[in-house]
Design a protein around this ligand. Structure first.
Ligand code: TIU
Length: 235
């Protein structure tokens, strides 16, 4: 048996065993990325997240070409908000709350334009789209069963935001026995400091929650015909 390709990563090489790797795109929704959505209503600079789109488009294309399972998630709630805990609804002092009308429909409500994924990363027909009421993608969803049935053991984790839904999902995945590689330039935070420290927190302590690498390194491992990836940057 030949050894699987590996991604040079922090804190060490991350293997990509054939048939066992999925690409997870977390919450790349208009409500988080576009002006006027939930992210901006919380006072955030949404331009910080938009730099994630081009490298993630490239990684998504490579994952599809390599035949990886691709799973998209969307954070949001039923129209009657019955799946939104009152504590989440009340949290903070946003200019608009979950369920309020916004420029892209009701904020973070399923079926609304703003709740859906940005055009550049639209799921293909047949790709899994997991609707989640929480920050973690495993809580109150079918994600765990889907991955188990598909025989997935390794996750390439991308999306937004690094310290909120990406971190929560990586921690959930870690406790469920998945090996997670967080793709540094394909995750984004509204806060540059949280981006930097959020990535460090994943790979510190010998990889306490997982591994971190840039998309260039993942692309090279998915397609060995590409030129070798540069050494992993310090994060
Ligand atoms: N506010 C923030 O940073 N994130 C979220 O509310 N959800 C996700 O991270 N998807």
């Amino acid at each position: 048996m030949t050894a699987p390709p590996t991604v040079p990563a922090e804190p060490g090489p991350f293997p990509l065993p054939e048939g066992r790797v999925a690409l997870l795109l977390i919450d790349m929704q208009r409500d988080f990325l576009l002006p006027g959505g939930f992210g901006e209503s919380l006072g955030n600079d949404v331009s910080q997240l938009q730099r994630v789109v081009p490298p993630l488009q490239e990684l998504l294309a490579a994952a599809r070409a390599a035949g990886l399972l691709v799973v998209h998630t969307r954070e949001g709630h039923l129209a009657d908000l019955s799946d939104c805990p009152p504590a989440k609804l009340r949290r903070g002092a946003p200019s608009k709350r979950i369920g309020d009308p916004g420029p892209y429909g009701r904020i973070l409500v399923r079926g609304e334009f703003g709740h859906d994924i940005v055009d550049e990363l639209s799921p293909l027909p047949g790709e899994a789209v997991i609707d989640k009421p929480g920050k973690g993608a495993f809580y109150a969803t079918g994600l765990g069963a889907l991955l188990e049935e598909a025989g997935i053991t390794h996750l390439l984790v991308t999306g937004v935001t690094t310290e909120v839904c990406v971190h929560t999902t990586v921690r959930e995945a870690n406790d469920r026995g998945f090996d997670c590689l967080v793709v540094a330039d394909c995750v984004g935070s509204y806060f540059p400091e949280f981006q930097r420290v959020g990535l460090q927190m994943v790979s510190a302590q010998g990889g306490i929650f997982g591994w971190v690498a840039d998309s260039a390194a993942v692309l090279s491992a998915l397609d060995p015909a590409r030129s070798p990836a540069p050494a992993p940057s310090a994060v």
